[in-house]
Ligand binder design. Structure first.
Ligand SMILES: [Zn+2]
Length: 245
């Protein structure tokens, strides 16, 4: 299996978000567990002001799959701001040999515009399964049937959908899943931990997918050792055929 980390895991520890500091923090864990995937999570344009340093670029370039989470608070449409953000994202994409730019469906106003960006900048842009209040499953199904786009299957978001409907959706579109975001729903919030609250039917669903599995959770700065607990739990879960259910 191909487990990896997202810089978003540490958004509470390094604020303002400095990708270099986060990579520095994660280096030991990534080496220890032989991780080959990593996601650079950006939430807003300001976070793009701190450039990646040489050490970060070297680390990311050596990985098999780097994905970039497009600043999820910003709408993607044909205007000055999107062009400005995209220029920066494109630079990071190419200097790190990234494979994917992840967007949220509700931030994309026009997929023709996104498809043109893909061509113009030679990048791959994908979308992500969202929690129902933001984008319902039937709306997402409609999007996938209209637009030739792959998507990230986010477990925490998926768990807000009715499981039976989700299963039908999964069987229909599993070949278009390009990455999984691992996080657990707890107390009606996504981005919690499996090692604390147990696995789920949704986690079981993706168990055999051959795509990067990115831990995308929110770790408490006072309990930063929880990251390694989560890594160990998930490695055991994925590598043990009987699972932990
Ligand atoms: Zn996600």
């Amino acid at each position: 299996m191909n487990l990896g980390l997202a810089s978003g895991n540490l958004y509470k520890l390094f604020f303002p978000k400095d990708q270099n500091k986060i990579i520095e923090f994660f280096l030991t864990l990534c080496k220890k567990y032989n991780f080959n995937s990593y996601e650079l999570t950006y939430s807003c344009e300001d976070e793009l002001e701190i450039d990646l340093n040489d050490k970060s670029i070297k680390f990311l370039k050596a990985l098999e799959c780097v994905s970039i989470h497009y600043p999820f608070h910003d709408i993607i449409e044909d205007n000055e701001q999107t062009r400005r953000i995209f220029k920066k994202i494109n630079q990071i994409y190419h200097e790190t040999d990234s494979k994917l730019i992840v967007t949220h469906p509700e931030q994309v106003k026009n997929w023709d515009f996104v498809k043109n960006l893909e061509k113009e900048f030679d990048v791959k842009i994908v979308t992500e399964l969202q929690i129902p209040s933001k984008f319902h499953l039937d709306g997402f199904d409609k999007l996938l049937s209209k637009v030739d786009v792959r998507f990230v299957f986010d477990i925490g978001h998926a768990e807000f959908h009715d499981f039976e409907l989700l299963k039908v959706f999964f069987d229909k579109y599993s070949n278009r899943i390009c990455e999984v975001h691992l996080n657990k729903v707890f107390d009606n919030k996504a981005h919690s931990h499996f090692f604390m609250h147990g696995a789920s039917k949704t986690l079981e669903l993706v168990k055999n997918l051959d795509v990067p599995m990115i831990i995308e959770e929110a770790f408490d700065p006072d309990k930063i050792e929880d990251i390694e607990k989560e890594i160990k739990y998930l490695l055991n879960y994925f590598l043990n055929p009987d699972g932990n259910m």
